[in-house]
Design a protein around this ligand. Structure first.
Ligand code: PLP
Length: 358
């Protein structure tokens, strides 16, 4: 049993981890870097010679509510269709775009098979398709996409304070570089990353240091999410230039496999998925608990062990009962490249201990 708690915790925001080392998985060419994934959609809507800005954007009902609100507030007309990471494909009956509309497809947690969307597009050639590959920008779906545009929020998988990418598999003209070059949000987040590294290196002895890096992270995120049309910061552009280190994606996939193996059968929860399409790398291990109460017990006890588990996503408005059901029971266990097998044993032991103690 590994009972050692990692001082800077498991999960939560990235710390500064130095310059990325190759070999790298390169980005699609051409591409546009932006600060945030959500701005990719706004950049498409803002293009003068783009048919998108005239139509409606169909967004799955299971999706990040803050991002959806951002698009609405930016003047994009939104309609929802039913989709759920537990299903192999959306409820097609609820997806009813007209000519000139655009559909957003999401590769939930990097494990969806994109062939269902390829088939859909063949039957709906007049509808524009934009795909969100934030959870695995290098999946075989993303690499072989036939969508009009694809985007990914890179800052969720790469230790950069800001960063997202947009590309067009169909080789449509790309939007121009975004004009807002205010880097204050990114600067605060970068400072937060550096101080978080110091906090870990100094064995978490200074509470002031902890409060300070948390404050920088929160204030930085607020500034970023309140901005509009934000270009990528020069430092994130530099860090992302060559692509993602291959070893990070390999480590993430290995970690997902190991934790799924270690968790085995448990009556309190089920993993959302146990396998995935060839050439995909899951975002993290995703658990679905039997009730909301169980999810909350596990979540709070894991926090007390400094294991920080986000919820993708907290959704409390809208129509779909399947959405509330999943949102109230889902939990993401972070297993990215920062973690080695001993961290995963630590997480698995703690989950087992919580389960035994309920
Ligand atoms: C799947 C997915 N797509 C897009 C976004 C938006 O990314 P950003 O926060 O960089 O705008 C998020 C953010 O949570 C996300 O989880």
């Amino acid at each position: 049993m590994n009972k050692k708690t990692k001082l800077s915790g498991i999960g939560s925001e990235f710390h500064w981890s130095g310059l990325p080392e190759g070999p790298f998985l390169p980005w699609p060419i051409p591409h546009l870097f932006l600060a945030l994934g959500r701005d990719a959609v706004c950049a498409l809507w803002g293009m003068k010679k783009n048919k998108f800005s005239r139509g409606v954007l169909f967004v799955p009902d299971y999706f990040c509510p803050d991002v959806c609100k951002f698009w609405k507030d930016s003047g994009i007309k939104i309609r929802r269709y039913e989709d759920d990471p537990r299903w192999p494909h959306p409820n097609w009956h609820t997806l009813t775009p007209a000519r000139g509309d655009c559909v957003l497809a999401v590769n939930y947690f990097g494990v969806r098979d994109g062939s269902v969307w390829k088939d859909w597009l063949k039957g709906n050639p007049r509808i524009s398709l934009v795909e969100d590959h934030s959870h695995d920008p290098f999946s075989s779906w993303a690499k072989n996409s036939i969508a009009d545009f694809c985007f990914a929020s890179i800052r969720k998988i790469f230790p950069v304070p800001d960063g997202a990418i947009l590309w067009s598999p169909r080789r449509h003209p790309m939007p121009p570089e975004l004009e807002n070059r205010d880097c204050s949000g990114s600067a605060l987040k970068l400072a937060g990353m550096i101080l978080k590294k110091e906090y870990g290196d100094t064995k978490g002895t200074s509470l002031l240091l902890k409060d300070t890096f948390r404050k920088f992270q929160v204030e930085g995120e607020k500034l970023l999410s309140e901005s509009k049309g934000l270009n990528i910061s020069p430092w994130s552009r530099y860090l992302l230039l060559n692509g993602i280190p291959q070893s990070w994606r390999i480590q993430r996939k290995k970690n997902v496999r190991l934790l799924l193996e270690l968790l085995q059968e448990n009556a309190d929860f089920r993993p959302l998925f146990l396998d995935w399409p060839l050439g995909h790398c899951p975002f993290n291990v995703i658990l679905v608990f039997k009730t909301n109460r169980y999810r909350e017990i596990f979540r709070s006890r894991l926090i007390s062990k400094a294991v920080f588990t986000p919820i993708h996503w907290k959704i409390d408005s809208g129509k779909g009962t399947h959405v509330f059901d999943l949102s109230s029971r889902i939990l993401t266990i972070p297993v990215d490249h920062r973690y080695s097998s001993s961290d995963l044993y630590f997480i698995a032991d703690n989950i087992k201990e919580i389960s035994d103690g309920i």
